[in-house]
Unconditional design. Structure first.
Length: 446
């Protein structure tokens, strides 16, 4: 796949790597406006694949379907939010920093104005992570590939910011329990939903969609060793073909323990296509309700310490002083309010139960919650404490910060919401050993 300008396709409003410009957005308008864009980020064949540990950094043999960064920039009354979604297995801190730096070369942007998310495809671009543990799933770091990919992600955000049009917003939601399975606990019957924020021009044309759901993109067969966006790519492309000129941005939610539920029988290559088209059909048959985003817009990103690393190799616990040298010691959380809507951007892979508990908290305070998983950083799995000791569970083995991580992070979200005046204070959680309470939820300096 060549890296030529012809692969850059500017469409209209959509957002999937969330860039926020509080106040003073360059394309401010009194009414709601949206800008959209998508850029191809498929690296050259021969670049390592990323997603499965079994790749061992082996190179991609071809391209099953292209990888994209899709961006949607929302502007209202001088404030802008840009969301950028990337067909990658994860977003880490250095990648987010590089994208933000590139954007800032062309346009000023606060650090708390960017939410960058990964679709979590397991057949995405490797060579993007310089940390030791990232090499296990991404192969050796290649600075040239890193720059090419991050530059194109930034280009998607910038193009979306530069081409806004007036729109109205509507929201649709439905249950998709039959399409999602819990791979960690088959007995855990939690409701699974698909939500869509849809943006429509005065002419009636659909400009962009923000599609929220949760299920691991692991349908594209790893054996073929080809780049693929998996079912999120099929879903978004089908929606864009249905409404030419639009961009559909896929947001992966709390998918840590969730997998696509597919019928037995289809050939491996067909499963992601069948599943993605089934989801597109669900979206196209949704009933939508208009939503006004005229209320206050605000947002904040905070940097916070993580508990001591607790690596486990089988039943052997690696000393924390060793793990602390290998894995990140800090991460970020982000909250964005758009009138009655509340976006919560979370790093890493949250189990569905932990994510739904946060959504219930937000809804109980009168907000309409939208959860962005795999956002801004990567910290491994965040699972309920009762599963942590079950060494046979993959999700438990790669929960890297101890059994209290979920409760700790949920409490930090409460701190952040309370700080913004979005919820009542809640103080029922004891800080894990090794984390100073004085450093919790400290705002990042802008």
């Amino acid at each position: 796949m060549s890296w030529t300008p012809s692969v850059l396709t500017t469409l209209w409003p959509w957002f999937l790597c969330l860039v926020l410009v509080w106040p003073g957005g360059s394309h401010a308008a009194e009414g709601l406006a949206v800008g959209i864009a998508k850029t191809e980020i498929t690296p050259p064949v021969g670049t390592p694949l990323a997603g499965y540990g079994r790749y061992y950094g082996q190179p991609a043999r071809g391209v099953q379907d292209p990888l994209y960064a899709r961006a949607l920039a929302l502007t209202h009354a001088g404030q802008t939010v840009v969301v950028v979604s990337c067909d990658l297995v994860l977003i880490d801190g250095p990648l987010r920093h590089a994208v933000l730096t590139t954007i800032r070369r062309a346009q000023p942007l606060r650090e708390d104005a960017l939410i960058l998310v990964a679709t979590h495809t397991h057949t995405g671009a490797g060579a993007l992570g310089s940390r030791l543990w990232e090499r296990l799933i991404m192969g050796l770091f290649d600075p040239q590939i890193f720059t090419q990919v991050t530059d194109r992600i930034a280009q998607a955000a910038l193009m979306a910011l530069r081409h806004p049009i007036g729109v109205t917003a509507a929201v649709g939601q439905t249950r998709i329990d039959a399409l999602v399975a819990n791979r960690m606990d088959a007995q855990l019957a939690l409701p699974q939903s698909l939500k869509v924020l849809q943006f429509q021009a005065p002419s009636g044309r659909i400009v962009g969609r923000l599609v929220f759901m949760a299920a691991h993109p692991t349908l594209a067969p790893w054996q073929c060793r080809e780049f693929s966006a998996d079912y999120p790519g099929v879903l978004t492309q089908a929606l864009e073909q249905h409404d030419p000129g639009s961009v559909a941005v896929f947001v992966q939610g709390a998918a840590g323990d969730l997998a696509p539920q597919t019928a037995a029988g289809p050939a491996p290559h067909a499963r992601s296509t069948i599943y993605g088209l089934a989801l597109a059909d669900v979206v196209l048959h949704l009933a939508f309700t208009p939503v006004a985003l005229d209320g206050p817009w605000s947002g904040e990103l905070v940097e916070m310490p993580l508990p001591p690393v607790q690596l486990r190799v089988g039943f052997v616990h690696v000393p924390s002083w060793v793990g602390n040298r290998l894995l990140p010691r800090r991460t970020v959380l982000q909250v964005v309010r758009l009138g009655p809507l509340l976006f919560l951007a979370l790093p890493g892979e949250w189990a569905s139960e932990t994510g739904q508990e946060l959504e219930q908290l937000i809804a109980s305070e009168g907000w309409r919650p939208f959860l962005f998983g795999y956002a801004n950083d990567y910290i491994g799995y965040v699972i309920p404490r009762r599963y942590y000791g079950q060494h046979t569970l993959y999700e438990a083995r790669v929960s890297l910060y101890g059994s209290h991580l979920a409760a700790y992070l949920q409490q930090q979200v409460r701190h952040l919401l309370s700080h913004l005046g979005l919820t009542a204070p809640h103080v029922s959680y004891v800080t894990p050993r090794g984390v100073s309470d004085k450093r919790l939820a400290s705002p990042v300096e802008g």
